[in-house]
Design a protein around this ligand. Structure first.
Ligand SMILES: [Zn+2]
Length: 337
């Protein structure tokens, strides 16, 4: 057995796991219609029981902490936290502010209402982050207020941006700015900020992430599944922007596959191997994710060195073999958890 810092799932929508085997065809926006129909149908009790199973699956595959990017309601956030407790996974509720679009269940009437709900979760002992859902769901003045609140309260801030070209076109039409430019102008970027996806970020937007010390949460299996595109990984690495990983829609739950895909994208883009070092990949999978969630401590994961997938691998090569040749089931809970 070999102990590692546990992998951190910095971006999860647990309910979307139920779309496995569904929502085939169309494009991102067609998938989103199915996702919204599912989101509207779930009871609090269903969320409690379904999230428990998803968090158990995360745990069984080496994730020991999860940032649940949650937009299904306030009581439902507590149910998610209870499910995480039962599954034994460290939990941060990235509670989404959603002010326009979507369905009523997603939305709050104002930033003030949102902040009251967020504070109620904190008062209930739940670790939280501020999560303006996106520049689609939050107008500019709300982004400014949320950026200020997160800074004042030293909370992580997570936001989706640049996942799809249409989102960029709409943002340019409304604000004359690209999404990450708008986030910068609204005070939403900084060392505690994580931009989820950034798939279509241009050079200027990547510069803004670098200059503000913001991170990118990349979710390669979901981004592939939804036809989002490729993160410009080599350009992100060149700027030394921190990255972390998320299981996002949970079409797959496997941190090793997310990291392998991340490096795989970079290899396809550059024609070179080893674009990201093994150490850096492991750090993206664990420490960077924990930092993105504001977690100082989280449980370890254990590698089963006797697992058939590692048969014949030299001890010195275990980390590389883990990343490039194994699935998450070589990872185990530590015995005391
Ligand atoms: Zn997401």
């Amino acid at each position: 057995m070999l102990t590692l810092p546990g992998f951190v799932d910095a971006h999860c929508h647990a309910f979307q796991r139920a779309l496995r085997g569904r929502g085939h065809g169309g494009d991102f926006w067609a998938w989103r219609d199915e996702m919204i129909a599912l989101a509207g149908s779930l009871s609090v009790a269903e969320i409690r029981s379904e999230y428990l199973e998803v968090y158990r699956e995360l745990r069984a595959n080496g994730y020991t902490a999860v940032g649940e990017f949650h937009y299904l309601g306030h009581e439902e956030a507590k149910a998610a936290a209870d499910a995480a407790d039962e599954a034994g996974i460290a939990f941060v509720c990235l509670y989404a502010c959603y002010l326009r679009g979507g369905i009523p269940r997603f939305r709050q009437d104002s930033v003030a209402v949102y902040l009251r709900e967020l504070e109620a979760l904190r008062d209930a002992g739940i670790r939280v982050g501020v999560a303006p859902h996106s520049v689609r769901a939050c107008p500019a003045d709300a982004l400014t207020e949320l950026g200020r609140y997160a800074a004042e309260h030293e909370l992580p801030l997570h936001v989706h941006a640049d996942e799809q070209p249409r989102e960029i076109e709409e943002c340019l039409a409304e604000h004359g700015l690209r999404p990450i430019e708008l986030l910068a102008r609204s005070g939403c970027l900084g060392p505690s900020s994580t931009v989820v996806h950034a798939t279509h970020a241009d050079g200027g937007e990547l510069d803004l992430l670098r200059d503000t010390g913001s991170r990118i949460c990349v979710c390669p299996t979901t981004e592939a599944n939804l036809g989002d595109g490729f993160l410009p990984v080599a350009r992100v690495c060149h700027r030394e922007i921190g990255m972390c990983i998320g299981s996002d829609s949970n079409v797959r739950i496997d941190p090793l596959e997310e990291l392998r895909e991340l490096e795989g994208i970079a290899r396809r883009q550059t024609g070179k191997r080893g674009v990201i070092s093994v150490d850096a990949l492991l750090s993206f999978g664990a420490d960077e994710g924990a930092a993105a969630l504001g977690l100082d401590v989280w449980p370890d994961a254990v590698v089963d060195l006797e697992h058939p997938q590692l048969r014949g691998v030299d001890e010195a090569a275990v980390y590389e073999a883990l990343l490039f040749s194994c699935t998450g089931d070589v990872l185990r809970k530590t015995s005391d958890q």
